[in-house]
Design a binder for this molecule. Structure first.
Ligand SMILES: [Zn+2]
Ligand SMILES: [Zn+2]
Length: 388
């Protein structure tokens, strides 16, 4: 286990520190100079955009949702594409990234065991955790036995430096050669893309644990932030993700911007991904309703407006809604038990009929849960109106 005092005098991690400090400096100097002195064709900009997407999505769809959380299965073609794009990202091998990320989920916010704990502040969670050799950054790889069994991932980890050089210099040079501008492609699709992608990913560990809402849980610092979702290929819905990490979706509502989920889903339609894991709607609604109650209780406890007789009425209504909520939970539990029994006793050919019936019943529970949340929101709004 990590010793607290080892954080004080942690030695510098020379290679990551050099890469993470020199690349933004180089980009700041070289990119404006290059754009000022050269005209860049639309083809080079298109390659830059493609590399941004390839790099970014390989981290979210690949490193994160496929390898760290196993939220779906993928065809080898998809895995190779994601592995090359992930190597392009220069964020460590799949082994390193996933071992650290699984620790982040397991010990979220723990200042000694979460490798990028937001409780250590913006700088540490954004980039500082990689610059020094902190005890929380030592992984024993015991939490990635599934990944260690994959020979391709073993090869990526073993020859990581070579893979990085081939991907980051070889690929932009190859694409640049195809459109007749190797230097421009190296500067934009190589250097600028690398620096932007780095920091967009780092936002998830820093800003997504600081700014935004907590609709599903307040037991950790993770937030839902639709603006950050734009930069992070949908990973801004980080509060949902920390509560339901085995779901392939981060922006779980159909209207939430999560291109990573759309790609995983789209690929499943042509057989390239399968076994997509989803948390049942009723479970998601339950988390939201619980949070609505928590917010309401807090509002009532800290109410500083006119303490009229109305206030007592609101408190009573909150109590009775809580009783009704408990009743719905009991119904839900009973239905779950009943569902197991029904499936056990039903003939195989009629299972789908049972499933249809259960689906209706579960969505009935979901409606009730949503209704409780709505009632509570109304009460809170009413309370706000009383504030002077
Ligand atoms: Zn995660
Ligand atoms: Zn997180």
């Amino acid at each position: 286990m990590a010793q607290p005092q080892s954080f004080e005098n942690a030695p510098i991690n020379w290679i990551p520190a050099f890469v993470l400090i020199s690349t933004p400096l180089a980009a700041l100097l070289i990119v404006p100079y290059y754009l000022w002195t050269h005209s860049v064709s639309w083809q080079v900009w298109a390659i830059f955009a493609f590399f941004m997407a390839w790099n970014g999505l390989s981290i979210t769809v690949g490193y994160h949702r496929l390898w760290s959380h196993r939220t779906y299965q993928a065809h080898p073609i998809v895995k190779w594409f994601l592995l090359i794009g992930g190597t392009l990202a220069v964020q460590g091998s799949v082994f390193d990234w996933c071992a650290g990320h699984r620790l982040h989920h397991r010990h979220v916010d723990d200042i000694y065991q979460d490798p990028y704990s937001a409780k250590r502040g913006f700088w540490f969670s954004h980039i500082g955790w990689m610059l020094k050799n902190y005890p929380s950054g030592h992984y024993d790889y015991k939490n990635i036995p599934d990944l260690k069994a994959d020979p391709v991932l073993v090869a990526q980890d073993k020859y990581y430096a070579l893979w990085i050089l081939l991907a980051n210099i070889g690929l932009p040079a190859l694409f640049g050669w195809m459109v007749g501008d190797i230097a421009g492609t190296l500067v934009l699709a190589g250097l600028l893309r690398l620096v932007l992608s780095h920091h967009f990913t780092f936002f998830i560990n820093s800003l997504c644990h600081m700014f935004g809402t907590r609709p599903y849980t307040d037991t950790n610092t993770a937030r839902d932030n639709p603006i950050l979702a734009i930069f992070t290929w949908g990973e801004g819905y980080h509060n949902y993700h920390h509560f339901f990490q085995y779901d392939y979706r981060n922006g779980v509502k159909w209207w939430q911007y999560d291109p990573s989920k759309w790609i995983i889903y789209g690929l499943s339609k042509i057989g390239l991904t399968w076994d997509l894991k989803r948390v049942p709607d009723v479970t998601i609604q339950h988390a939201q309703t619980e949070m609505a109650f928590k917010r309401a209780e807090k509002k009532v406890a800290t109410f500083s407006g006119n303490l009229t007789s109305d206030f007592q009425v609101i408190k009573d209504r909150l109590n009775s809604e809580q009783q009704a909520f408990k009743q719905t939970i009991a119904e839900w539990q009973a239905l779950k038990t009943q569902a197991i029994e029904m499936k056990k006793n039903e003939f195989a050919q009629r299972i789908h009929e049972v499933d249809d019936k259960l689906k209706d019943q579960f969505s009935g529970i979901e409606d009730k849960l949503r209704n409780h949340a709505q009632q509570i929101e109304n009460l809170v709004n009413h309370l706000k109106g009383k504030h002077v």
